[in-house]
Design a protein around this ligand. Structure first.
Ligand SMILES: [Zn+2]
Length: 433
């Protein structure tokens, strides 16, 4: 009987649902006396999976994954993967989905070595990758060398020579973190290459902005819109080298909802909802926050932009203004007035690119932090900086107020990641990239 190790956040019911068994059976088989006291790290025997043994691990399907590549990489037959994950179709494996897999027992981890070329036989691939063709048959769970298909990934425990998971000598690796994608989150797309490349691409139909982090290492920082349609989002990449050799890639990735709550319906001045006012103002903000400045000005976590961070309203919550229905969302985080001053501080170094008074946002300031990252500060009573100023972390940039569409004095702070508003609190917790 396979064993599952209890993870943080698990309950008897979530484990039973994950494996498609009844909670009663799970409790009985493991002789659990108090199902409400489940300790992280406890091994639980999972009934109903005859023929499968070992410890079951949760793995997030990486870029490039299909049922076949996972079967080969983890040396688990496709049937076992289908049974354990209750898949009804191999196409249910999406990049970013969580899979249950038995832990590998062998010491050597077979690596993807190449994609079988058009008209190429597995013997030629073996020769190209310095592998034994019959060993390839075994490690790829085939019965004959004739069963390899053009375009298939070939796995081997032989040292990797060229090609890699993405089948191009130009590309060493492509990584996207965190997985799955989630509404309102900041995601990183990192590309390791074997030669300097010109990279472009899209995520969920938005153009990516790539910057060089180190030699042959590129990064794009991209927000996922807080109201993006959950389901599958497409990642596309194109690369071109100086010698005109090129690479193209695309793959759908799971996009999960952010589970944002609904705020109580709000009543505001109807003028602040009039499209004749809101649309040009939104367009102005979008235009200002669009350029991805090639220089990165920040190197640390962002600091809280006020002295007493009492949050009055969270990022992402769904909003209804004057009975509009929940078609709006809160684009930043609201800090109330809780300190004995009204200071607003720059959360990170950057260039001031906008200062002005707007109908909806009131007295507003926008700072460009570089690499497509911007901070916006709305509803101020006054501002202490001018367009063109370079500000350092902690520098006073303005005072909290209640100008524009505000129900009381507060600071609305928002962060843009390559044209999309994202959860600002993530930037206080983690150094990006
Ligand atoms: Zn707000």
């Amino acid at each position: 009987m396979p064993v599952y190790i209890v993870q943080s956040g698990d309950t008897i019911n979530t484990i039973a649902i994950r494996f498609g068994i009844s909670a009663q059976d799970l409790i009985a088989v493991n002789q659990i006396s108090n199902p409400d006291l489940l300790t992280i790290g406890t091994p639980l025997r999972i009934p109903g999976y005859e023929g499968i043994s070992g410890t079951l691990k949760l793995t997030v399907a990486p870029l490039g994954a299909t049922l076949r590549t996972i079967s080969r990489q983890y040396q688990v037959d496709e049937n076992t993967i289908v049974r354990l994950n209750q898949l009804t179709s191999p196409s249910q494996i999406y990049v970013g989905s969580t899979l249950i897999l038995p832990e590998k027992e062998q010491a050597v981890d077979p690596k993807p070595i190449a994609i079988l070329g058009e008209g190429e036989t597995s013997l030629e691939t073996a020769a190209r990758s310095y592998s034994n063709p019959w060993k390839l048959v075994l490690q790829n769970r085939k019965e004959s060398t004739a069963l390899f298909l053009s375009g298939e990934l070939i796995f081997s425990d032989a040292p990797q020579q060229s090609g890699g998971l993405f089948g191009s000598p130009l590309i060493q690796n492509i990584e996207i973190t965190p997985l799955p994608l989630r509404q309102g989150k900041t995601h990183l797309i990192r590309v390791l290459t074997s030669t300097p490349l010109n990279l472009s691409g899209t995520l969920n139909n938005l153009p990516l902005s790539f910057f060089q982090e180190a030699d042959n290492q590129y990064i794009a920082i991209q927000g996922i819109h807080a109201m993006a349609q959950p389901g599958l989002a497409l990642l596309t990449l194109q690369a071109q080298a100086d010698d005109q050799s090129s690479f193209a890639f695309e793959q759908p990735i799971l996009l999960e909802p952010g589970y944002y709550p609904q705020d109580v319906p709000l009543a505001v001045d109807p003028a602040t909802l009039d499209p004749a006012i809101t649309q040009p103002e939104d367009e102005l903000i979008r235009t200002i926050t669009k350029p991805a400045t090639p220089q990165r000005y920040w190197t640390e976590k962002f600091r809280v932009p006020v002295d007493e961070p009492c949050i009055r309203s969270w990022f992402g919550s769904r909003r209804s203004y004057n009975n509009s229905g929940y078609k709006y969302f809160h684009t930043g985080v609201d800090y109330g007035v809780c300190a004995n001053n009204l200071n607003i501080y720059a959360p990170a170094p950057g260039r001031v690119v906008y200062v002005g008074e707007l109908t909806v946002r009131g007295i507003s300031t926008i700072i460009d932090h570089g690499w497509g990252i911007y901070s916006g500060f709305w509803h101020q009573s006054s501002t202490k900086v001018n367009v063109g100023d370079f500000v350092e972390t902690g520098q006073i940039i303005g005072e909290i107020g209640g100008t524009g569409r505000a129900t009381g004095p507060h600071l609305h702070w928002e962060v843009w990641a390559n044209g999309v508003q994202v959860e600002p609190l993530d930037w206080l917790e983690k150094v990006y990239p």
